[in-house]
Write a protein that binds this ligand. Structure first.
Ligand code: PEP
Ligand code: MG
Length: 977
């Protein structure tokens, strides 16, 4: 079988189905180099500004910022919040970023938000448009905004007695978790740290805050990162050395004296590595941090994330500067993250984790294992791990138990936020001396399963209507629900159990680095990315792997959040693993799993198995069906499936297909012994010989059609007459030739000659499609006979049938005219023989560009058009669908093409032809039915495009039918009324 036939039979890879394009490492590395320079420049500018901020001549006031399309206007650069009021609101995400807009909204709602201000995304855009310079007025604006915060909290920025410390965080319009930079505790130096210690009455806390600040600033602003994938963080190395020297195991065991020494050692490290002293002036620190946040918009992981999620790079990020509150002042302090509902399965219960006496990054970093917020969740985890109630209560009590008052306020606040936003919120909070502070809220990322349940539940709770519910679920995300789960009956070799973080089963060989995952993927190998914990640096590998497994981290760790967002199966916090990156091993008790060994993970249970475990089909019911029925109420376009067998047809109907948009008859030719009859037909030198062989195929094809028509019970079934070039059915190797020669009783020489005579250099443009029908009409004649006899027999049985006979690869009206006439004659003759009438229609694929161009004339002979966008893309772009993979990823990576045109319709090229063909076709035949049956029929963006150009239906593989149904509903919701 040639590549083409294989390509056609094979389901597109999961990545293709998801419309994802792997990020090529080589050019990503090249890009990283340029980005680093940009980033350095960005920082330089930030630091320059900071250095001069106090002394620089005030810049010209009122300088305008670009306001799109070259227009300029004087704009507000800074938006304050806090003290029960705010300049901005949740509606201003474009300007304030998600974080800034929601902080403003929470402040206006009267929630306890530490005061601060947001520097708008327009400043970021200005920064990049103007050689990394800030707009005039920003320096003064920041000073005034800091003064306001000082006033609200009663502390002074840089005040040695009572210092104000701030956090500086990025915040883009679309949430990009962990992709950009954050700096906490800014404002500390050798003088203010003493003030902080006095004010807090806690030396250790002050020096711990100070060492965290120097570490974060060193990493984020001064770029002190590990030099290679095996080196550990340089600051962590210093901490480890200190712990060794003191003979302690935990950071918490270091004394304030140790921490003070660490600060000095960190600063030495900075000086040694960068040649610069660590900045002591809080204002210099602030400008450095602001510059770094803007710079981080162009860091490699942010670029990769934007590419994966189609976020335009000109949106820019905002910078949020906010007074610090402390979760690490003592045991009456805590910090945590929570979702207002379970983001894994959608259950309505406060879901989250916290740590006593800790700062925000400790929860997500996975260094300490966080505790559950609710008692119920805490008990459930203990039960699943076989921990006794007494042990649980002593070791890992819930927030509900340790800080009941703060817990109650958190629950009340969570409910208020959910009612206000009418969606699940993902919140960050800190409890300082028993008092709750809200640091962030945003719509929570959730698994597809949770998204469906939450959308349906919110309708039941009358918070949203059905249309909104439909719009809340991303069509592409359904993919993870439509995929097989582990077969419960299969033998499994359980090696470990972690936390279930993102559902779905995934199997592949173990890799221990993101780069390895990506390289394996490029070679077509499936992997499970196994890490101690993941960080945003791993994003490309997480994308490339089938699933993710981590040793550390909780349900809100980076791996869990990103895995869910990507719809990737993910197991986290699998503490039984001992991972050694250097050795490339993962030890579980006595067992050693090496890089390259196969494992399977179940993201729904947290289980990890050795080897590849078989899977079973998903069951779709309940909330899923409800949501899909609402989608069906909304959509205009019909959704059909591409199915070639009665089994596929049955699966397709189960997924809601309203017909078959493409039944590729050649796939039937490969079944069982049929291939022999097909080969006999090909080898025949006369029409009579071909007819004889075809006579053997007819009853078999007829049985297939009977099965398919019966499964579809009167729904339309588009049957395409033979399309591929005949050589695809012949054996290729000499060995295969010999074997066949013996089997069918011809000489091997004759077979070889036939194979050579049929060989084509470019078979995709060769003797295929309707060209076969024109040259060997008996082939199509027999196929039409099989279709119509099947239809007549079922009609006699009173089973409804609705066949649509489709002629492929038409480019010229006359081709279709000739084959239509032949089809009509055979169909009428069969119906006469059976003395019955069957409704049927004859149409064509539009897959040759010429057919699209002259669609007006073609429609005179066609009752329907079905866009074969696989071939149409190939021929319009002049890109071989079989070979373009050799260079297409580079094209996409370099931005030559916005995406893979075989995944998502090239709307300005191929889409132009489609739009033209629909309009022209309907100009000559107003009731011309138009659909699509290329792979694009299951790609959400292409489905929306098909709706816009007025197609009647899309057709895609059975598993993608629900995705297409939901995408079609989204298209209707987005269409102008
Ligand atoms: C197409 O070309 O889009 C199509 C559906 O046909 P095939 O993939 O079988 O060539
Ligand atoms: Mg085609």
């Amino acid at each position: 079988m040639t590549r083409r036939t294989k390509t056609r039979k094979r389901l597109p890879s999961k990545a293709k189905r998801k419309g994802a394009t792997p990020v090529k490492r080589s050019s990503a590395v090249a890009k990283r180099a340029t980005v680093v320079t940009t980033r350095k420049r960005a920082r330089g500018a930030g630091l320059r500004a900071a250095g001069k901020a106090g002394t620089r001549k005030p810049a010209r006031r009122g300088v305008a910022v670009r306001a799109g399309a070259g227009a300029t206007r004087a704009v507000k650069l800074i938006y304050a919040f806090g003290g029960g009021r705010a300049d901005g609101s949740a509606k201003m995400k474009n300007l304030l970023g998600g974080k800034g807009a929601n902080l403003a909204e929470m402040a206006s709602l009267g929630l306890p938000v530490p005061p601060g201000f947001t520097i708008s995304t327009e400043v970021c855009t200005y920064f990049y448009d103007n050689g990394n310079r800030y707009p005039a007025g920003l320096v003064e604006g920041v000073r005034a905004a800091v003064a306001k915060v000082e006033q609200l909290v009663g502390r002074g920025f840089g005040d040695p007695a009572n210092p104000l410390l701030v956090s500086v965080r990025s915040g883009a319009r679309a949430s990009m978790p962990g992709m950009m930079d954050t700096i906490l505790n800014l404002g500390l130096n050798d003088t203010t740290v003493a003030g902080l210690a006095r004010a807090a009455g806690n030396d250790r806390f002050a020096y711990d805050s100070y060492r965290r600040f120097v570490q974060m600033y060193g990493d984020v602003v001064l770029d002190l990162k590990p030099a290679s994938k095996t080196e550990i963080d340089p600051f962590e190395a210093v901490i480890e050395a200190k712990k060794r020297a003191r003979g302690v195991e935990l950071d918490l065991q270091l004394t304030s004296g140790d921490l003070k020494e660490l600060v000095a050692e960190f600063k030495d490290l900075v000086l040694r590595r960068t040649g610069k002293t660590f900045p002591d002036d809080p204002w210099e620190q602030l400008w450095g941090a602001i510059g770094a946040v803007f710079g981080s918009w162009m860091n490699q992981r942010a670029i990769t994330y934007r590419k994966l999620y189609n976020i335009p790079s000109d949106w820019g990020t905002a910078v949020n500067v906010q007074a610090m509150v402390f979760g690490n002042l003592g045991d009456d302090c805590a910090t945590g993250v929570a979702f207002t509902r379970d983001p894994g399965n959608g259950t309505k219960q406060l879901y989250g984790e916290f740590l006593v006496n800790a700062q925000g990054e400790d929860v997500v970093a996975g260094i300490r294992t966080p505790q559950k917020i609710t008692l119920a969740a805490s008990r459930a985890v203990a039960q699943s791990q076989g921990t006794s109630e007494a042990q649980r209560a002593a070791k890992s009590p819930a927030l509900e138990e340790v800080m009941p008052a703060a817990f109650k306020e958190l629950r009340k606040t969570a409910e208020k936020l959910e009612r206000h936003y009418k969606d699940v919120q993902d919140i960050e909070f800190t409890i300082e001396r028993g008092r709750l502070y809200m640091l962030q809220t945003r719509n929570g990322k959730r698994t597809a399963q949770a998204a469906v349940k939450i959308a349906v539940d919110l309708v039941r709770e009358r918070l949203i209507d059905r249309r909104t519910a439909v719009s809340r679920v991303e069509p592409a995300s359904l993919d993870s629900l439509l995929h097989p789960r582990l077969d419960a009956r299969a033998a499994k070799d359980l090696i470990a159990k972690g936390l279930a973080a993102s559902p779905g089963a995934a199997a592949g060989e173990v890799v221990f680095s993101a780069d390895d995952a990506e390289q394996a993927r490029e070679k077509g190998r499936r992997t499970i990315l196994v890490r101690i914990e993941t960080s945003p640096e791993d994003i490309h590998g997480m994308h490339a792997a089938e699933g993710i497994l981590t040793q550390r981290g909780g349900a809100t760790s980076h791996a869990a959040v990103v895995g869910r967002g990507m719809g990737k199966p993910c197991v986290v916090g699998c503490g039984a693993l001992a991972i050694d990156y250097h050795l490339g091993t993962m030890r579980v008790g006595e067992r050693i799993v090496r890089a390259g060994d196969p494992i399977t993970i179940d993201g729904a249970t947290g289980e990890v198995f050795a080897g590849i475990v078989p899977t079973v089909e998903p069951e779709l019911s309940g909330d899923f069906e409800k949501l899909m029925s609402w989608a069906d109420e909304v959509r205009r376009m019909k959704v059909r499936a591409n199915a070639d067998t009665p089994h596929d047809a049955t699966v397709a109907r189960r997924f809601g297909a309203e017909g078959i948009g493409l039944c590729r008859t050649e796939h039937m030719f490969f079944e069982g012994d049929r291939i022999d009859a097909v080969r006999e037909m090909i080898l025949a030198d006369t029409t009579e010989g071909r007819r004889r062989a075809l006579g053997k195929i007819l009853p078999m094809q007829k049985q297939d059609f009977i099965g398919i028509f019966r499964a579809m019970a009167g729904l339309p079934v588009t049957v395409r007459l033979l399309d591929p070039p005949l050589h695809e059915f012949l054996p290729h190797t000499d060995q295969e030739i010999e074997a066949l020669a013996v089997k069918i009783g011809v000489s091997a020489e004759h077979l070889r000659q036939k194979r050579d005579s049929l060989r084509e250099l470019n078979p995709m443009l060769g003797h295929r499609g309707c060209r076969l029908g024109v040259t060997y009409p008996e082939i199509y004649e027999i196929q039409v006979r099989a279709i119509m006899e099947a239809a007549c027999e079922l009609t006699r049985e009173r089973v409804k049938v609705n066949p649509e006979i489709m002629i492929p690869l038409v480019g010229v009206k006359k081709e279709l005219a000739l084959l239509r006439e032949l089809t009509l004659q055979v169909a009428e003759a069969v119906m006469r023989d059976y003395q019955t009438k069957v409704p049927y229609s004859i149409g064509t694929m539009i897959e040759v560009p010429r057919a699209a161009i002259v669609a007006r004339e073609i429609a005179e002979e066609a009752e329907f058009f079905s866009f074969g966008t696989n071939d149409l893309t190939q021929m319009t772009l002049g890109l071989s669908r079989d070979d373009a993979g050799m260079f297409l990823p580079v094209y996409v990576d370099k931005g030559v093409l916005p995406g893979d045109p075989f995944v998502s319709v090239d709307q300005s090229g191929v889409g132009f032809l489609m739009r033209h063909a629909v309009a022209e076709g309907r100009a000559s035949r107003s009731r011309l039915k138009c659909g699509i049956c290329g792979e694009h029929g299951g790609d959400p963006a292409s489905v929306i495009f098909c709706d816009q150009i007025g197609l009647d239906y899309v057709s895609c593989s059975p598993y993608r039918v629900p995705i297409a149904r939901l995408a079609a509903a989204h298209a209707s919701l987005a269409a102008p009324a």
